[in-house]
Ligand binder design. Structure first.
Ligand code: COA
Length: 332
């Protein structure tokens, strides 16, 4: 039987920084409020001519280089994004594949908001274990600034842009394989976090369409409470089901939405500070890109070594959630 191994990581962060100080000149907020309630100090914003696919392609280029594989060996590309280059088609994954010169591959996007990277990881694992694909490039890429209302202080302080990517490959060695992945969703919480306009669900006459924006809207406080409850249960469950102790986790890599959510889940698992990967202060919430960007951070700073176990967890619009137990298993 084929197993799926997490071979490599890459990320891209656009150069422009939007600080809390900058935001306090745009809406009624302050660095003190944002820092205290979210842990975010700044976020990066893509240039106007820099698209989600551009950022995804840059992250993916690094991930492929670091995988030790030739790009011709990639046979599937899956991109998690809620800010695709084009809302209906083509998919951002197909655009990225072409930018990378991958030729004929299976390519598609998935929409699971901030849980997107855990979802694409589960898709890669399933295709590989079924024997249908051998080397899957998974990407989380977001230009959230394109769907953020910069007059809404409840959301605009949270989000940033960026991309991360990983190569997942078939292996016969169970020791280096992804151990388990949980994914879940519950549409009864759909209105907590959504982009109400721009889709076929918008209330407008389709024959006389008005220009509509596609901005995110969020009930932050309710989202916060459901996030803490759901994530805590999910990570406790995945550890128990796989007979793994919190102390065995080398790197807890949570979705970087809010420092208080991360701390609440980390405390529930009794994790030490050095086990918890934090990038929320410098990148804010980059939705589907946040987990691979955080993994890339520990990789580039030399903290992520072969064989070390990561626990990923994420939560987002849908609502969706997920967690994964992933050993880092580079080929080189
Ligand atoms: N600056 C200053 N004040 C703000 C503010 C801002 N940017 N945003 C909201 N406020 C105000 C509110 O208007 C409210 O004022 P009031 O008490 O006079 O009515 C007060 O701060 C408290 O608002 P509340 O929404 O209860 O704050 P909170 O502690 O829940 O923090 C979030 C707000 C958005 C930071 C927090 O709810 C959060 O992070 N939620 C989860 C977000 C998330 O993770 N979303 C993505 C899922 S992937």
């Amino acid at each position: 039987m084929a197993y799926a191994a997490f071979r490599s990581i890459g990320a891209y962060v656009p150069s422009k920084i939007l600080s809390n100080e900058d935001l306090s000149k745009m809406v009624d907020t302050s660095d003190e409020w944002i820092t205290k309630r979210t842990g975010i100090k700044e976020r990066h914003i893509a240039a106007s001519d820099e698209f989600t696919s551009d950022m995804g392609a840059k992250a993916a280029t690094l991930a492929i280089e670091r995988s030790g594989l030739d790009k011709s060996e990639i046979d599937m590309v899956v991109c998690a994004t809620i800010s695709p280059d084009y809302f209906c088609m083509p998919s951002t994954a197909t655009i990225i594949s072409t930018k990378l010169g991958l030729g004929n591959v299976t390519a598609f996007d998935i929409s699971a908001a901030c849980t997107g990277f855990v979802y694409v990881l589960s898709i890669a694992k399933a295709f590989i274990e079924a024997g249908m694909k051998k080397n899957v490039l998974i990407i989380g890429a977001e230009k959230l600034s394109a769907i953020t209302d910069y007059s809404d202080r409840g959301t605009c302080i949270l989000f940033g842009d960026g991309a991360g990517a990983a190569v997942i490959s078939a292996t016969e060695n169970k020791e280096e394989a992804i151990i388990d992945i949980h994914t879940g969703a519950d549409g009864k919480f759909a209105d907590l976090l959504m982009t109400p306009d721009g889709g076929s669900g918008s209330a407008h006459d389709t024959l006389e369409q008005e220009a509509s924006s596609c901005f995110m809207q969020m009930k932050g406080n309710e989202t916060f409470k459901v996030a803490v409850k759901t994530l805590t249960k999910d990570v406790i469950d995945i550890l128990r089901e796989n007979n793994i102790q919190s102390a065995d986790i080398k790197h807890f890599v949570p979705h970087q939405a809010n420092l208080r959510i991360i701390k609440a889940v980390g405390d529930a698992l009794k994790l030490k500070d050095e086990q918890v990967v934090l990038t929320v202060a410098k990148y804010g919430n980059t939705s589907g890109a946040s987990i691979p960007m955080a993994i890339n951070d520990i990789y580039e700073s030399g903290k992520l070594q072969a064989g070390e176990l990561m626990l990923l967890d994420a939560f987002g619009g849908g609502l969706t959630w997920g967690s994964a137990l992933v050993p880092f298993s580079p080929l080189k």
